[in-house]
Design a protein around this ligand. Structure first.
Ligand code: PEP
Ligand code: MG
Length: 582
């Protein structure tokens, strides 16, 4: 038995025989083209381009049917690549100037971009090069008149082993008998990995040399949760994984029964469980969860990857769609939290070289520096507010002055719209994220101006513990059980309660099964959870006693050490089935 370790890309366990996919490397020769035949070469390239566009149209229909509208975006990305000057201008230029065949000109152009991509440090952007190659390969196949590989021809259930899978290969996975896949290349955030997650197919990527070490037909266990491929497993290992597979299936079925059920603790306390929405593409999935609403709608996606800010009408359309889709459930829309690691380039003269961007011009600070940008968003939200209950949330507040200025603009936006004859909801609540230590400690004053609060534990922990949330060197110090975090959260809850205002938590802590009992014990009865963890969090809430959790938190407040708090809170969810305490 050999165990090969890679990167977990999509969870689940598959047990079956290996189907090793031959590498599809295409050899491209350099041919000199005589001057009089160069035009013909250009026409050949143009025909391959057209054929590739037709492929994409065909793939679009297929993706819509099998994967849903949200994945069509990938096809659009491929169309964008096809229309990029790198393909449309650079390749014809190379053909004409270097007098070479179209295949060679194309592969040279792709190689140049590959070198540029390899230098990118950000894994997410580096992984995007696979989309470029995917498109490049399609083009080359047309030029060389080769059939593109078709995974649907694999006719027995198998675990697919490949050097790399292109996103377009993954599109067809649902129509195949493939139980799971493992690749030598790829990272956790590659499109292939993301698609596998959507399709709920177990996958491991980044295995380096699995294609070399695994033979066709060998028995494998693929463990997508831990990023393992076990080759010729022992009878004992197979049995262990079969048990785990059954357990996971049982757990999934158990979670499914929780859809639409109230999140009530064993001692009868009803919790409000909402979800976080990062992009309207997730709306369908969120509707199906039957949650209590959207507790955090992050609107940054509207402002990133573009060179000018979105206009009022464009924004109002997006907000209206989300609000209508959820009505009569409430939606909390957060004003754009641009800055930090979400850098926008909107042509507003934003700073490009901050040494500490997380402490820089971010969230409300940036919005107040560009009041037109801010007011446009506020107007758009107010215009959409007639479609259902909505609240507005301000990010990164750290002083009363900021809150007052924001309220002033909000009021202005309201009056302007009324003056222009728009029908808008008379009172839309304006609340603040509590995610800076300043806001946490000044909360009594802030609550005189804020209608509600949402605790952003992601940032609050980073600022309280001085641990950069995206720095892997200090990731081990990022600790939701740190006594300081527990004390500050407790203080926030007590203060907000005194003011009788609505509060919620929307940071990742709500989606961490270990931390949910702590939040319950702190007396926070509204959580906004990542959709992926929604049912699991509901399961935990339903398992807990609010009174017992509250007693544990009182005890935790006197403890000095994170480990002790962790242990104490951990006892609240034991003994439970597998997964409860993970
Ligand atoms: C938070 O800081 O906890 C939060 C929810 O906001 P974001 O993760 O978008 O910064
Ligand atoms: Mg935040």
């Amino acid at each position: 038995m050999i165990v090969i370790k890679g990167v977990p890309a999509s969870s689940g366990i598959a047990i079956g025989k290996a189907y090793v996919l031959e590498d599809e490397d295409i050899v491209v020769n350099r041919d000199e083209i005589p001057k009089e035949k160069l035009r013909r070469e250009l026409r050949r390239f143009k025909a391959a381009l057209d054929a590739t566009y037709r492929d994409l149209d065909h793939a679009e229909g297929k993706v819509l049917k099998t994967l849903g509208r949200e994945h069509v975006k990938l096809i659009d990305t491929h169309r964008l690549i096809l229309s990029d000057p790198l393909i449309t201008k650079d390749v014809p230029r190379r053909i004409m100037e270097e007098r070479v065949n179209a295949e060679f000109a194309l592969s040279e152009a792709l190689e140049m971009v590959n070198r540029a991509f390899e230098k990118i440090e950000d894994e997410f952007f580096r992984e995007r090069r696979h989309d470029l190659f995917d498109v490049g390969k399609r083009l080359l196949s047309h030029l060389l008149k080769r059939e593109k590989r078709d995974l649907t021809s694999i006719d027995a259930p198998a675990i697919l082993i490949a050097r790399n899978l292109l996103p377009s290969d993954t599109f067809t996975l649902k129509e195949t008998k493939i139980l799971g896949f493992a690749t030598d290349l790829g990272g956790r955030t590659s499109h292939t990995a993301l698609l596998a997650q959507s399709l709920q197919i177990p996958a491991v990527v980044g295995l380096s040399d699995a294609t070399r070490r695994i033979k066709n037909g060998e028995l494998l266990v693929l463990d997508g949760d831990h990023g393992l491929v076990i080759v010729t497993p022992t009878a004992e290992a197979i049995e262990k994984y079969q048990r785990a597979q059954k357990e996971t299936q049982r757990e999934t079925r158990a979670l499914e029964t929780l859809r639409g059920q109230p999140a009530t603790t064993t001692d009868g306390k009803r919790f409000e469980l909402a979800v976080n929405l990062d992009s309207p593409e997730d709306i369908k999935m969120i509707q199906a969860l039957k949650s209590d609403g959207i507790g955090l709608f992050r609107t940054e996606f509207l402002f990133l990857n573009r060179t000018a800010p979105p206009g009022e009408a464009e924004q109002a359309k997006v907000y209206s769609h989300v609000i209508k889709s959820l009505a009569p459930l409430p939606v909390v829309i957060r004003a754009a939290d641009i800055g930090g690691d979400r850098l926008a380039h909107l042509g507003l003269d934003e700073p490009k070289d901050e040494i500490n961007p997380f402490m820089g011009l971010r969230g409300i600070r940036l919005l107040l520096k560009y009041p037109d940008l801010f007011k446009t968003q506020l107007r758009a939200i107010l215009r959409a507010s007639t479609h259902g209950p909505v609240k507005v949330l301000l990010p990164m507040v750290s002083s009363l002055t900021e809150l007052r200025s924001a309220r002033h603009l909000f009021q202005q936006a309201h009056e302007e719209l009324e003056g222009e004859g728009y029908e808008i909801t008379p009172k839309v609540d304006l609340g603040i994220m509590v995610e800076t230590p300043a806001a946490a400690l000044l909360l009594d004053h802030l609550l005189t101006q804020a209608d509600f609060i949402s605790i952003g534990t992601n940032d609050l922990i980073q600022y309280l513990l001085a641990v950069d949330r995206v720095n892997e060197h200090v990731a081990h110090l990022y600790d939701p059980f740190h006594p300081t975090v527990v004390r500050v959260l407790h203080q926030i809850v007590e203060t907000t309660r005194r003011y009788g205002k609505w509060m919620s938590v929307c940071g990742e802590m709500t989606s961490d099964p270990r931390a949910v009992p702590l939040l319950v014990g702190l007396g926070i009865d509204s959580l906004s959870v990542s959709p992926r963890m929604f049912l699991r969090v509901k399961q935990i809430v339903k398992y807990l006693s609010a009174a017992t959790a509250s007693q544990a938190v009182i005890q935790a407040l006197s403890l000095a050490d994170s480990e002790e708090i962790h242990r104490l809170i951990g006892q609240l969810v034991q003994p439970a089935g597998r997964g409860m305490t993970e």
